[in-house]
Design a protein around this ligand. Structure first.
Ligand SMILES: C[S@@+](CC[C@H](N)C(=O)[O-])C[C@H]1O[C@@H](n2cnc3c(N)ncnc32)[C@H](O)[C@@H]1O
Ligand SMILES: Nc1nc2[nH]cc(C(=O)O)c2c(=O)[nH]1
Ligand code: SF4
Ligand SMILES: [Mg+2]
Length: 240
């Protein structure tokens, strides 16, 4: 069985983003991404800076480590990255988690399909707006959404917003997928800021701006607007 490239195992903490915000969860962060978003808050997963920290682990080994770190205080695991959607071997990891009665969630950008997507309890697809400098493949995304809908998988779209152009992108996405649960998330422009008060004020201002923009919008109607809640508590700290 192919091992998983693991960079972080941490928690329990709150899920700070998206469709299950506030959920008590453990996190497993895999290494490697097919994108390189200009503002990625987890760039260490793909920019080479943490290459030496990658641990190649079997699904069972990750499960053992989760229990070492989280003890008996969790029943939910979120897989993020990097892009865990690049890894076919996640299928085995999900089997192990399920066999142990664990609820699963996963974060991916929707650039590649995996058959195991339908096994995830709460799947977040996060298409990247223009500010990321990435170009999304609309056909791949459309196919992914189609297959998730057909299979009855619980999933949502979550797009990060930094500016007006990103809002235009979000409007197009909303029109493309009118029946999908839709989240708009505040972009963090200061991923290097270490002063908590400074960061908090910037993030709050940005949240206020985004709320105001979306409230007056005639396209973005049935949407939820959220901050990254974990940054309000722990700022740009890693592993929280
Ligand atoms: C680090 S990514 C990993 C999963 C996957 N690669 C993806 O992008 O969906 C997890 C989430 O963090 C979001 N994110 C990354 N950098 C961010 C930033 N600077 N501000 C707000 N959200 C950010 C991404 O858009 C994504 O929804
Ligand atoms: N608390 C917390 N919530 C999160 N939601 C998504 C995260 C991610 O980096 O994928 C994340 C994270 O790193 N920490
Ligand atoms: S897709 Fe996700 S992990 Fe990859 S660069 Fe973008 S935000 Fe970072
Ligand atoms: Mg994060």
């Amino acid at each position: 069985m192919k091992k998983l490239p693991v960079l972080e195992i941490f928690g329990p903490t709150i899920q700070g983003e998206g469709m299950v915000i506030g959920q008590k969860t453990m996190f497993v962060r895999t290494a490697g991404c097919d994108y390189s978003c200009s503002w990625c808050d987890s760039a260490f997963t793909w920019d080479g800076s943490a290459k030496k920290d990658i641990q190649w682990m079997t699904a069972e080994e990750v499960w053992v480590k989760l229990q070492e770190v989280g003890g008996e205080s969790f029943s939910h695991v979120t897989i993020s990255g990097g892009n865990p959607g690049l890894l076919p071997q996640i299928a085995e990891f999900i089997r192990v988690l399920k066999a142990n009665g664990i609820q699963t969630a996963l974060e991916t950008q929707g650039s590649k399909w995996q058959d195991w997507f339908t096994e995830i309890d709460e799947l977040t697809i996060s298409p990247k707006p223009p500010s990321s400098h990435m170009e999304i493949d609309e056909e791949v995304l459309r196919k992914i959404v189609e297959r998730l809908e057909e299979s009855g998988t619980t999933f949502s779209l979550k797009t990060v917003i930094f500016d007006e152009k990103d809002l235009t992108f979000a409007r197009n996405l909303y029109k493309m997928f009118p029946n999908t649960s839709f989240f708009l998330q505040v972009g963090n422009e200061d991923t290097a800021e270490q002063d908590h008060q400074t960061l908090l004020m910037t993030l709050l201002k940005k949240y206020e701006w985004l709320v105001e923009e979306v409230m007056k919008d005639s396209v973005l109607k049935n949407v939820r607007v959220l901050p990254q809640l974990h940054t309000y508590i722990w700022g740009n700290k890693r592993g929280v």
